[in-house]
Design a protein around this ligand. Sequence first.
Ligand code: SF4
Ligand code: SF4
Length: 79
Amino acid sequence: MKEVHINIHNIRNCVCGECVSFPGKWRELSHADMPGLFCAHGKSKLEIEEKGCICGSCMVQQEHELSGMYYCSRGIGES
Ligand code: SF4
Ligand code: SF4
């Protein structure tokens, strides 16, 4: 497991924006510096309803040998 850094490569590869649990880009931006990439910057400040997680299909997950889910609602290391 490698630490995920906030960089353009990882931001582009994050698929959170296509996920049913994602609260929405603009809602997320009103509470955080960036939407998505929760495996790097930790959980969302918003209340997330867990309706499914597609982190398993994400290149960031594969490239960093992660195995977690729901980083948006559970944070890093708690999923
Ligand atoms: S593993 Fe999940 S939170 Fe991390 S970049 Fe991919 S989709 Fe986003
Ligand atoms: S961390 Fe998982 S559940 Fe949350 S928005 Fe990203 S893909 Fe969806």
